[in-house]
Design a binder for this molecule. Structure first.
Ligand code: DQQ
Length: 481
């Protein structure tokens, strides 16, 4: 056994001056988890163990940009307050992960916490174990445990293991792309997590529609069916189907988040049997802005998954987030005339939870106007568009800063019974997460440049709409420490 290098290369994020600057940053989220400083991407090794939620994550301790991938580590008892733990994995200069410890998973093998991850380069699979409740990790001296793709199979990508226990064996899928064909997950089995036998592809995608290469697969049972998550083409897709005897027959598929900011989704099951999804919330700022700010990337709020009619994923925010609620306000029965907008007087802030229900009436577009400046020079729209049946996050006017993204994000969504739309929205400075009708998620980034861009309102275009009710809470900004 070899010991990982620990956190000797930890950047100077502990310096009081750095922390003061980060606290004063009006774009830096307050109740979402993000590292003390520098870069994070994919959640890794999500696992509930001994009453605690552990989330590891791809982390560059050397700066707010992707590179020299380590595994950061955070832990929570309530899914709301997150505590930073020491780096779990660092590249070993003479090891098979000398160019980075890439994404993977964590399992408990005969009581021993074990990480299975991808070392690069080339992409190989490695393991590490912990004997002190997941605080420090020791890499297996025989790494890699899987040194390359099956003979004769031409693949692009061979990474991001997802491992589960099945009867008396371990199963693993790896994210891959069958060259010239399409994204795929490769299925393996093992008795000891060390010797692996290739079985066959567990699932092969659909050419252009689901991408050439699949990253960060996750596979789990849900309400008597099985769900496969894969990340590709900038989004995390899901497949629902039946799994039996090493074969997965897909019956339906969809997108876990229709925005352009949520990627590499990975799950865990907790003590209550809930299947909880976490994702990497990407930046939409240029690299220089990230460098100046000293941080980049964060973890989405925890999302509870279940099945709706056996064919769609229902996705809802963890109810634990309610513990962050502060001052409450309620608005009811507001009728919006065609082409009108209505200010929600008294509702202000950059960290809010909003739960709104609209009746579509005959408006072509309706929804919420968020983070508006008093002169309307900065404003963000969350709109339902009836013609295209889509939910949209319009950030074209969100910021006067030209170094951040401006565009329309979103995609297809259907209204259901009674033509009503419920939107559950989490705003945390530069992050917006929308849960629409508990079915469609849309995560996005906005970077208002003015401190007075804190006002909210409603709008309707080309027809009338009605707000049935809206509850809003100020959120306490005490997520991570
Ligand atoms: N990020 C990791 C890879 C994975 C990709 C590297 C997905 O393991 O495929 O940081 O964002």
């Amino acid at each position: 056994m070899e010991t990982s290098e620990g956190d000797s290369r930890k950047a100077s994020c502990d310096e009081p001056r750095t922390q003061e600057k980060l606290r004063a940053d009006m774009q830096r989220p307050g109740y979402h988890f993000l590292p003390l400083a520098n870069w994070m991407n994919d959640p890794n090794g999500t696992i509930f163990w001994k009453g605690k939620y552990h989330v590891f994550y791809q982390h560059n301790p050397e700066g707010p940009f992707w590179g020299t991938m380590h595994w950061g580590h955070t832990v929570s008892e309530d899914l709301v307050h997150w505590k930073n733990l020491p780096l779990a994995l660092s590249p070993t200069s003479s090891g098979p992960d000398n160019e980075g410890c890439w994404s993977g998973c964590a399992v408990i093998n005969k009581g021993i916490p074990t990480i299975v991850y991808t070392g690069v380069r080339p992409e190989v699979q490695c393991i590490a174990t912990s004997s002190d409740d997941m605080v420090t990790w020791h890499k297996y001296s025989g790494n890699p445990v899987l040194g390359g793709p099956p003979e004769g199979l031409e693949v692009d990508g061979f990474r991001d293991p997802c491992v589960w226990n099945e009867n008396d064996r371990w199963c693993m899928i790896l994210g891959s792309g069958m060259r010239g064909v399409r994204g795929a997950t490769l299925l393996y089995e093992s008795r000891d997590l060390i010797n692996w036998r290739y079985i066959h592809p567990l699932c092969i995608g659909d050419g252009n529609v689901t991408g050439d290469m699949w990253e960060c697969p996750d596979f789990f049972p849900l309400n008597k069916k099985h769900v496969l998550l894969v990340s590709t083409l900038g989004r995390t897709l899901y497949f629902i189907g039946r799994y039996h005897d090493n074969n997965f027959t897909t019956e339906a598929r969809g997108t876990t988040d229709i925005g352009d900011s949520f990627y590499a989704g990975r799950t865990l099951t907790d003590g209550m049997g809930r299947r909880i999804l976490f994702g990497w919330v990407k930046e939409d700022r240029d690299p220089i802005s990230c460098k100046i700010s000293g941080w980049a990337g964060l973890l989405s709020v925890p999302r509870i998954l279940s099945l709706c009619n056996g064919s769609r994923l229902r996705i809802e925010p963890a109810t634990e987030l309610k513990s962050l609620r502060g001052r409450h306000q309620r608005y009811e029965d507001i009728r919006l005339a065609a082409g009108s907008s209505f200010p929600l007087d008294g509702l202000e802030g950059d960290a809010l939870e909003i739960s709104a229900e609209f009746s579509a009436e005959d408006a072509q577009q309706f929804g919420l106007k968020l983070r508006c400046s008093p002169d309307d020079s900065e404003k963000t729209f969350i709109a339902f568009d009836k013609d295209t049946r889509s939910l949209q996050l319009d950030t074209r006017f969100s910021s006067l800063d030209t170094n951040v993204g401006h565009g329309i994000h979103g995609g297809r969504m259907d209204l259901f019974e009674g033509n009503t739309l419920t939107m559950h929205i989490f705003i945390d400075r530069s992050v917006i997460e929308v849960f629409a009708n508990s079915m469609t998620c849309l995560t996005g980034r906005i970077y208002p440049s003015r401190p007075d861009s804190i006002h909210m309102g409603l709008f309707a275009r080309n027809g009338r709409s009605r707000l049935i009710s809206l509850d809003a809470w100020e959120m306490r900004k005490d997520g991570s420490s």
